[in-house]
Ligand binder design. Sequence first.
Ligand code: CU
Length: 658
Amino acid sequence: MATPTDVTHEIPEHDGASSHKASMPASHPLDPLTVSELEETVAILTREKHLSDRVRTVSINLIEPPKNVVEQYRPGNSFDRKALAVLLDRGQQGAREVTVDLVGKSVGPVKELPSGIQPSIMLDEFAECEQAVRRSPLFHEALRKRGVTDPDLVMVEPWSAGMYGTELPEDQGLRRMRALCFVRSETRDNGYARPADSMVVVVDLYKMEVLRIEEYEPAPLPPESGNWAREYIPNKRTDLKPLEIVQPEGPSFTVEGNLVQWQKWKFRVGFTSREGLVLHTISYLEDGVERPVLYRASICEMVVPYGDPREQYYRKNAFDIGEYGLGMLANSLSLGCDCLGVIYYFDFPLVDSHGKIAPLKNAVCLHEEDFGILWKHTDWRTGQTEVRRSRRLSVSFIATVGNYEYAYYWYFYQDGSIQCEIKLTGIMNTTALAPGEQPLYGTEVAPQLNAPFHQHIFAARLVPCVDGPNNSVYEVNSLGVPTGPSNPHGNAFVAEETLLGTEQSAQRRVNSATARFWRVVNPNKKNRLGRPVGYRLVPGENCPPLVQPDAAVMRRAGFTSNHVWVTPYSPEERFAAGDYPNQHPTGDGLPFWTKANRNVDNTELSLWYVFAHNHVPRPEDWPVMPAAMLGFQFRPDGFFERSAAMDVPPPPPKACCH
Ligand SMILES: [Cu+2]
């Protein structure tokens, strides 16, 4: 969570990496806006006087065309291009959405956002906020009081301020951030080793000036450093031999524009400033027929509620997607480090708050991986052994959100399965402990250094189109049958399917006691066994929210109260906590939309899967946390007539002794 770091990788030009340049023209209605389209959007907005010194660009993204336009599109057809610009007017202290028609070269509808709605925090605001803090005499006075003699060594970490109903009257209507402070012992030192717990700097982002410094009980700075940069680690292990991934004939995928084809899979790679990587129109080719599976898939929101109730910390609940934008925080990936093997990179352009456009090189990584065995059987009677290697296709990006890194992977498998995996790494946020103090709501990870308990909660939005647009969702619970006449030996259990036909009935949680999963079916298409074709949503690690239902953060993070939500497909309903969770006064998103209790049976759907990593920190998560992984799978369940992986050929004879 919190501030961006300046992740500036030198991208070495290696053999074997090829890339999609952000300057390439759009060749499909779903292609993200290109550099020239973004430049044109900014030019039109400037010409029409929507941009000025006092008006900042929060985001500019493609307005995705309606489903029917995408379905009917054929290569060579002309297509509309529309951009949605979210602009913040610091002068008028308001925000608006402006539609720009890039074909008509005109400005379309302009929608003023209601007073009190704050769009996401812009990347530039983090730096400007830090400068405002450093300019403030209050800041220097507070440091002097704490015996901090070199302000340049103070790491200022602005956090979203949220909205908790406890705001001071003078804060009402202001766009704010709250900055925590850490003290480095030298410029490259890990600041998180020494939290200056006792002060929070509140900043007005409209005026870019410090409103006040909230002061708390001081705790001494922890005594140890927690350095991780290579120069601080003198004794590196020396027994690693080279491991190279070689694909002498190149990878097995093809890329054309943003269209990827691999094995029988076909999909389009997209990217937004908010979600980062988006996958579109995922289909599976069977006997020459393209069978649709998912129309759109992304991680659309996340929130990290911290469990420390102290006054200076209860507002630590960053919505890293809705409040900051993961696309804006995406890394430029590095071959041999972030990605290994024969890599195809996608570049995507990003727009800063001044309307400047720069391509983010190597934003998305595409490659194949060996993933152990796909299937195997030995007939011990005949000695026949068949084994197949699993090859998977990985599409990924990594975002740095202040102290944490989030690496997002989508994997495609040869048996028709899709998996989403998120790797959490980076540095834990910390607080200081007095000597001998035992933390109640965290783990002491180094002497006098507390890493508070917290949860990383993600929301995936999947738009299923399993063999067609109209789908239904069933919940499947495995239940033991009471011992009795129909189950005299007590061993029977059934897999009970329940239709989730309305939005209210489709608000569900995981349940390991019944091995619960969900089946997305097309009720209009039966397989040869007479059952509707389907895909199974298989949960992975998960946990309910541990904050109280009446915790203030739940107003905005209400989407975390269920693990599964099903809504009728709506292009307007894209983000689980609504369009503008930053400082939202009442909350928005899933809990609000689903009050209508709309029908979700045999219609176009959005399926929302919410999943959490409950982080009870370990000393071994310090100073940089080895990646923790969580996610979910979307596996065929009656979609195919039998295993879709039977036609995968055996490994070549020289690679396999069978
Ligand atoms: Cu964590």
